[in-house]
Write a new protein. Structure first.
Length: 359
């Protein structure tokens, strides 16, 4: 959300002006204004960074797939592990088609049961959970707002919001990596979903991605159409409680498919333009996916990107590494312990995790 009053001097000024007012009406106005200021101070003073990991497994495999064969869910043991490491955020990808096997359908009770178990367990431990339809603005491969009606997307989010709005530790991640579509179409999809969420009375934080796989490095490029940095200025949230979600991989093409990093500073370089844009317009940001391989250049790049986030806390509220999950095995970015040992990358994340740090 965009910043508002954020200093105790504002409350002090209100007090000084109001104590001299002796009328009943003046006292009522004083109490009202002081309450507003204190509420704003409470909202804007909680700048503790959310730091965590994507627990990826529920979105895996062919559709519809078979549970524990084609896909699975994060374990309670994994959630405990990351909490014990000091993390306080989990991004939880799921497959829209498994949750709703047809447009506008009721939730599949087995799949939803596993989802709610993961969400409820993690949030009961004090972690926040980003609920992430990992669908690339697609439903069964068809583009939302083109081949799939926007109302199907708003139906998904209406149902999710109605079920989860009472849990303040749940964050609504609108969609994973919209791509290969008009940026204007994605904006229409996003605004419709945000409106549907707020219509339920939900006040939860919403994360909003851009087009072109929501790449930070391409936020102002035009190779995919009208740049995100122009179109996404049109995001409308009646509650003004959203952040922009970007992804930022460190390999040569930014795809996150190689175990090498371009340089030790590539992460901060690729974030720079987006960060300046967000600051200029008063937006907050969430680095939803990023990773580097198991080599010295990437280890230095991990330190670089987290140092950059730490130096730009007026913009960044959260980050989640890609990825952990029970089936990743020896995957180059796997953060789960493997063969009895912590992931090598964890040692370079650890200095930036925990406490009340501001990212």
């Amino acid at each position: 959300p965009r910043s508002t009053l954020s200093s105790s001097s504002a409350a002090s000024d209100v007090y000084k002006r109001q104590v001299s007012t002796q009328s009943t009406g003046g006292m009522k106005l004083y109490l009202f204004l002081l309450t507003v200021v204190l509420c704003v101070l409470k909202i804007t003073s909680d700048n503790t960074c959310l730091q965590g990991v994507n627990l990826s497994c529920a979105e895996w495999g062919k559709l519809p797939g078979v549970y524990n064969k084609d896909y699975t869910f994060p374990t309670h043991q994994e959630i405990d592990y990351y909490q014990q490491k000091g993390m306080n955020l989990i991004r939880f990808p799921f497959a829209w088609e498994r949750l709703q096997t047809a447009q506008f359908a009721q939730f599949d009770q087995d799949y939803w049961g596993h989802m709610t178990d993961t969400i409820n367990y993690a949030t009961s431990k004090g972690l926040k959970v980003v609920v992430d339809p990992h669908n690339y603005a697609r439903y069964y491969g068809k583009v939302v707002g083109v081949d799939v009606p926007v109302t199907a997307f708003t139906d998904l989010w209406t149902k999710l919001a109605n079920n989860l709005k009472s849990n303040p530790n749940v964050i609504f991640g609108l969609m994973n990596e919209p791509n290969t579509m008009k940026t204007e179409t994605w904006l229409e999809d996003a605004n419709a979903a945000i409106s549907a969420i707020r219509a339920t009375g939900a006040t939860n934080l919403i994360t909003v991605p851009g087009n072109a796989w929501t790449g930070a490095s391409s936020w102002c490029d035009n190779w995919y159409g009208t740049p995100n940095c122009q179109v996404m200025l049109g995001v409308k949230d009646p509650a003004n409680n959203f952040v922009f979600e970007v992804h930022n991989y460190l390999d040569s093409d930014g795809s996150g498919t190689h175990d090498t990093c371009v340089s030790s500073s590539i992460g901060s370089q690729r974030l720079a333009t987006f960060t300046a844009w967000a600051r200029q317009h008063g937006y907050k940001a969430y680095l939803g996916e990023w990773a580097g391989g198991r080599n010295q250049v990437c280890y230095q790049a991990i330190t670089d990107i987290l140092s950059f986030i730490g130096n730009n806390t007026d913009v960044y509220r959260a980050w989640t590494w890609w990825a952990g999950g029970p089936w990743w095995g020896d995957y180059i970015f796997n953060l789960d312990p493997y063969s009895g040992s912590d992931s090598p990358q964890l040692a370079y994340l650890q200095p930036f995790i925990g406490g009340n740090r501001k990212c």
